[in-house]
Design a protein around this ligand. Structure first.
Ligand code: SF4
Length: 235
């Protein structure tokens, strides 16, 4: 079922038809759409054969897609974070703040120990990335963001009870808006912003990267304030 169709079935604004509607939610391990990222993946498979070194799948709650009301959309796997461990936001700094905040507001349960086997579980929430493969220097180019967008579409499309999205950073925000058929001029990124599109409330935040927190661009309080809004909306 396409994104527009499933949202329409939920009684929300259907939005325009999407050209990538039939794309699956998860890319194959050797997805070839981005030659630069595929080559980078191969380079790291040779250097670190025990690492994940592949597109990082979305993390869902134990109950599966039907239980998801909140989707968190990040930028891309970190080289020594999700690209190493295979779980979004796991193994580098950004996950410490994200999972602590999700837990604080009831969207996760358990003890986050930066390992996929730490037992942490999401509650009513899922986490994905706009770009599924690690980009050099954490910087995907526009063509790679566009190439991976069909998987974001496929991810949203399989969440029939989705009500809210938190986008982390401008790239994730813009890709989400485009996925939902919106115009960026009508739904611009701003920290702590919220906008309604295709039956969903889109909340946006600066990315919880170490750089943003070290420079004070994003504080724990600012990040928690965004999730407080989300929790209130989903009540
Ligand atoms: S970033 Fe996405 S589209 Fe590009 S190679 Fe990886 S999985 Fe495929």
């Amino acid at each position: 079922m396409s994104t527009s169709t499933s949202i329409a079935a939920a009684g929300a604004h259907p939005g325009p038809a999407h050209p990538f509607a039939d794309t699956p939610a998860e890319p194959s391990r050797d997805c070839p759409r981005c030659p630069r990222l595929a080559a980078f993946r191969e380079e790291w498979r040779a250097k670190e054969p025990a690492w994940h070194n592949a597109p990082v799948p979305s993390l869902l709650p134990p109950g599966g897609p039907d239980d998801v009301r909140l989707l968190v959309v990040g930028l891309a796997p970190g080289l020594r974070g999700a690209n190493r461990t295979g779980r979004p936001f796991t193994g580098d700094y950004a996950g410490d703040l994200l999972y602590a905040t999700l837990t604080r507001f009831g969207f996760a349960n358990g003890r986050f120990a930066a390992r996929p086997d730490d037992g942490l579980e999401l509650i009513g929430a899922a986490i994905t990335n706009s770009v599924r493969c690690v980009p050099p220097e954490n910087k995907p180019v526009g063509a790679e963001i566009n190439a991976c967008r069909p998987f974001l579409t496929g991810t949203i499309d399989r969440l029939p009870n989705l009500a809210a999205v938190v986008t982390l950073g401008k790239i994730a925000h813009d890709s989400t808006i485009r996925t939902l058929g919106g115009r960026l001029a009508a739904h611009p990124f701003r920290h702590a912003g919220a906008t309604d599109l295709a039956g969903l409330r889109i909340f946006s935040s600066y990315h919880c990267s170490r750089y943003n927190t070290n420079t004070g661009r994003l504080t724990t309080e600012m990040f928690e304030a965004v999730f407080a809004e989300v929790a209130a909306f989903l009540k």
